[in-house]
Ligand binder design. Sequence first.
Ligand SMILES: CC(C)(COP(=O)(O)OP(=O)(O)OC[C@H]1O[C@@H](n2cnc3c(N)ncnc32)[C@H](O)[C@@H]1OP(=O)(O)O)[C@@H](O)C(=O)NCCC(=O)NCCS
Length: 295
Amino acid sequence: MTYRTHLSIRVGNYRMTAQQITLEAMMPEHLDGAVELSRQAKWPHRREDWELVQSISQGVVALVEERVVGTAMMTPYGDDAATINMVIVEAAMRGQGLGRRVMDVALDKAGERTCYLVATQEGLHLYESLGFIATGEIVQHQGEALPVAAPAQVCWAESGDYKCLAALDLVAYGHERSALMRFLRESARFAVVREENLVQAFAAIRAFGRGLVIGPVVARNDIEAKTLIDFLLAHHPGMFVRVDTDKSLKLAEWLTSRGLTHAGGGITMRRVADGRKDKGAAPRRTYALVSQALG
Ligand SMILES: CC(C)(COP(=O)(O)OP(=O)(O)OC[C@H]1O[C@@H](n2cnc3c(N)ncnc32)[C@H](O)[C@@H]1OP(=O)(O)O)[C@@H](O)C(=O)NCCC(=O)NCCS
C-alpha cells in the first residue's frame, strides 16, 4: 500500500516536493509516532489511550520515511457498526489530500458497517464529502471535581457483575462492543446501582489524558446518571475529571455545578454504507461516552 505523491511541503525555509508517503497498517511500533502526532494536534491522549484504541481497532498510518504523519482507526462493534477515530494529519501536510487517503482506508476496513464518529470543525467537510451526516452534538466537560457526598444507593461493582455490565452496555449503546468492555474490565472501576441483587445501572471511571474520564454511564434516567457520577466524583475530590456527554441529555449545566466546565466538544456523525438501508440511529441510553473516539 504505497503511493508516491507530489506534495509541496514547507520544511524550514525550503519547499520539499515529491514526498514518498507510505500507507501501512498501524502496528505497535507506530504508537510513539502516533502519540507525538496527537500531542502536536493538542489532543490529550497518552500512549495508554492509543494502546486501548489500537488493541480493539484496525488502523492505518501514513509514513514519510519512518515518521508518522497521518493516522485513522476503524473500531468494529460486531459486524454491523464501527467508529472511525484518531483521524489526524501532521499540521504541515494538511489540505493536500492525505486526510481523505487515510479515511478511504479506514472506511474500506469498515466494509458495510454503519460508521459513527465525533467530528471536529476541521474534519466536518471531509466527513460530509464521504457521506457522513450530522446527528447531534457532544459536549466535553472537565475540571477539578468539587467535593460532594457519596450517594448511599451506589456501590462499587463486584467481579461477578461483569457479564451484567456488558449486557447493559449492549442495550444502552445498541451495538455489541464486548472487546471494549473486556478492556474496561481491566482498566476501569465501575460504580453500580443494584436492586434485588441485580445491577440496573453503572458508570465507569479510568485514567485518560490529563486525569480521569467518566464513561460509559448507563442509567435509566438522568437522576440516576447524576447519582452515579456523584458517587465517582465523591471518591476523587480535587482530581481532574472529564465527561463527554450528548448535548441533548442536558447534563451540561449540572456538570458545571460539580466543577466540570465546558471545554469544547464535537459533532456526532453517521454514515450508512452504499447500498445499505438507513435504519436510523440505534437507540442510545449512554449518558457519557467511553471517549469521543469510541462512543
Ligand atoms: C481533519 C484533518 C485530518 C484533515 O486532513 P487533511 O489532510 O487536511 O484533509 P484533506 O487534505 O484530505 O482534505 C479533505 C477535505 O477537507 C477540506 N479541509 C481540509 N482542512 C479543512 C479545514 N481546516 N476547514 C475546512 N475544510 C477543510 C479540504 O478542502 C478537502 O475538501 P475537498 O476535497 O472538497 O477540497 C486535519 O485537518 C487534522 O488532522 N486536523 C486536526 C485533527 C482533527 O481535527 N481531526 C479530525 C478528528 S474528527
